[in-house]
Design a protein around this ligand. Structure first.
Ligand code: N01
Length: 566
């Protein structure tokens, strides 16, 4: 096993930070090989990991990113399926930490496509000179805490071992793909692709018979894209989604210039907001409005093309079943008006409360079902029995296919952390500690796993927000925390069991005030066989969450224990 050797560390004459060797004459992988004890290791080179590295460098820390993929980008590296696009506006779903970056980057569309977001991420990596401390193709497999030295020992799939004071998991909230185990999958003569592990080389659908399994956000985006090319497309649907129109469009240079004048104020407003997007909060119950007024409000929201446009119309859509049903029925009426075949339209109508699973933003999604070569199979009435060499056998027939696309989602929020064998104090393992659901304090630190921070992880606002805003908030907090420890000669921060228990209970109590837990979804862990059913995110809003995190820090890191190694 290669071990990191820190004797080569020396301060960079330009910025004073410790670096392993002159920037010009070393391979990025040397960054991890250069020290036997790094100050910090960040796992994951997506949006979170890159910003965290940037912030750690500002503290003068020797830090590297270890990334499993062959290149940067995280989610936007892996999810390169046709049609992949963000469902938060590009001017909003981007870093806010650099006003210069805001001014110089030009988004071309209201909702950025995956290739454009990946270009942006690469631009950021170059602009802030991050690549030299990113080690690619290196998956962290095990992390064990040394209680005496307050250090994490990391093991990787390349044989590299790394020792670090701080370990920061920037592993994303949706990075462990979920693929159903369907009997016979190995026998299929054609290709099977998962949207979250899409090949880097081009995949052609031309002249082919394709099946898509899954109709969440990934399916809703890939289905219209495949339909444009394929000879025949069969969508195998278990649960229909609520799909709102994106109304995507190009952004014109004049409009961008105008927007950028007030970008700093916009960024401030995002930080103060409940979900990382800026809007006027609703003030009335949906049930206070009459039907005419409500329909007009929902029409206006539908026309805005915002993912959460409908949620912003009334205060109680996520808390009151009757209020929710008014929004749900409005979307169903839209589906019936777009989809020509009434039987297909009814199958596409969701029956669970609106937005209790994350709604989807689509382009031509429902209209795609009007195309003569697109068909919908209802897996509730005709379930999949097996995959055969020629296609998929459902209970009523065999569907002959050339390719199967799995858009079946992720082991959300906890999957990527639990994929690492993490051993904390007293031999505690994260797998056992989280056996009944994730436990942590402030969504940041789990008791007995000191110096280990999680970004966008469970019991934080994460997936219920514009993550570009949520990740900066958490990373700024983590960076300030590490700065505080170093300034005070401290080497360890741990969450107390009491603070953790309180946080777990209070996040569950907050979620219980909403309709979210009433529906099985990836929010509740229900999409993964054997995963405990608990609501996985903090529903109190990013604004309230920020206040809680800031208050803990301001009051001397209440709920944490801070100490120095002997
Ligand atoms: O995954 P999902 P996703 N047999 O879990 C079905 C983000 N995201 O990748 O509901 C048949 O939502 C499953 O059916 P059911 C975003 O946060 C963002 O689409 O379990 N079907 C469901 O229809 C999003 O919410 C963007 O009954 C099976 C689908 O597969 C999250 O990622 C784009 C099945 C999975 O839907 C996840 O989205 C993409 C089986 N055995 C993703 N197993 C944007 O920014 C599962 N399904 C736009």
């Amino acid at each position: 096993m290669t071990h990191i050797d820190c004797r080569q560390l020396r301060p960079d004459p330009k910025d004073g930070r410790i670096s392993a060797a002159p920037k010009s004459d070393r391979d990025p992988a040397d960054a991890a090989d250069a020290a036997d004890t790094l100050d910090a290791v960040v796992v994951g080179a997506g949006l979170s990991g890159l910003y965290q590295l940037h912030r750690l460098r500002q503290l003068g820390l020797a830090a590297v990113i270890l990334e499993a993929g062959a290149d940067l980008g995280g989610t936007w590296y892996w999810n390169r399926y046709p049609g992949a696009r963000c469902d938060i506006e590009s001017l909003s779903y981007s870093y806010s930490f650099s006003p210069e970056l805001d001014q110089e980057w030009e988004w071309s569309e209201r909702y950025a496509s995956q290739p454009e977001i990946l270009r942006y991420i690469h631009h950021v990596a170059d602009r802030f000179d991050l690549r030299r401390d990113i080690v690619l193709r290196t998956r962290v497999t095990r992390a064990a805490y040394d209680e005496d030295r307050h250090l994490w020992q990391l093991y990787t799939d390349t044989g590299r071992a790394v020792t670090t004071r701080f370990l920061i998991l920037a592993t994303g909230c949706m990075s462990t793909p979920q693929a159903p185990r369907i009997p016979g999958a190995g026998s299929f003569a054609g290709a099977i692709h998962h949207t979250a592990r899409w090949p880097r080389e081009e995949v052609s659908f031309t002249g082919k018979r394709i099946a898509v399994i899954g109709t969440g956000s990934s399916g809703v985006q890939v289905i219209p894209a495949i339909a444009q090319e394929a000879a025949a497309l069969t969508v195998l649907q278990r649960t229909p989604a609520y799909v709102l129109p994106a109304h995507n469009r190009p952004l014109h240079p004049a409009e961008l210039s105008e927007f950028k004048v007030t970008y700093p104020e916009f960024r401030q407003a995002q930080r103060r907001s409940r979900g990382g997007t800026v809007f006027e909060p609703p003030t009335r119950s949906a049930l206070e409005a009459d039907e005419l007024e409500r329909t007009a409000a929902y029409e206006a929201a539908w026309d805005t093309g915002f993912l959460n446009g409908m949620l912003r119309t009334y205060t109680d859509i996520l808390t009151d079943e009757k209020a929710n049903e008014t929004a749900a029925e409005f979307v169903r009426s839209k589906i019936r008006s777009i989809v020509a075949d009434p039987v297909t339209a009814e199958l596409l109508c969701p029956r669970f409360p609106f937005a209790t699973k994350r709604p989807c933003l689509g382009t031509d999604y429902y209209a795609t079902y009007n195309l003569p070569h697109v068909s919908l199979v209802d897996l509730r009435t005709t379930p999949i029995e097996r995959i055969t060499p020629r296609g998929i056998r459902t209970s009523d027939r065999e569907h002959e296919l050339d390719m199967i696309v799995l858009a079946t989602g992720f082991d959300a929020l906890t999957g990527s952390q639990l994929a690492i064998d993490i051993v904390g104090k007293g031999g505690a393992t994260l797998q056992k500690r989280w056996a009944d659901g994730p436990r942590n304090y402030l969504g940041l630190v789990s008791a007995d796993f000191p110096n280990l921070f999680t970004i966008l992880g469970p019991l934080s606002p994460s997936v219920l927000t514009n993550i570009a805003v949520a990740l900066e908030q958490q990373i700024d907090w983590i960076t300030d925390c590490i700065a505080h420890l170093r300034h005070n000669g401290l080497t360890e921060i741990d969450a107390t069991a009491q603070a953790e228990a309180h946080w777990v209970a209070s996040t569950a109590e907050l979620a219980g005030r909403t309709l979210y837990p009433s529906v099985d979804s990836w929010y509740t862990g229900a999409n993964i066989p054997g995963k405990p059913h608990t609501f996985l995110a903090y529903t109190g809003g990013l604004d309230r969450y920020r206040k809680e995190c800031d208050a803990a820090a301001r009051d001397g890191y209440t709920g944490f224990t801070l100490s120095a190694a002997h």
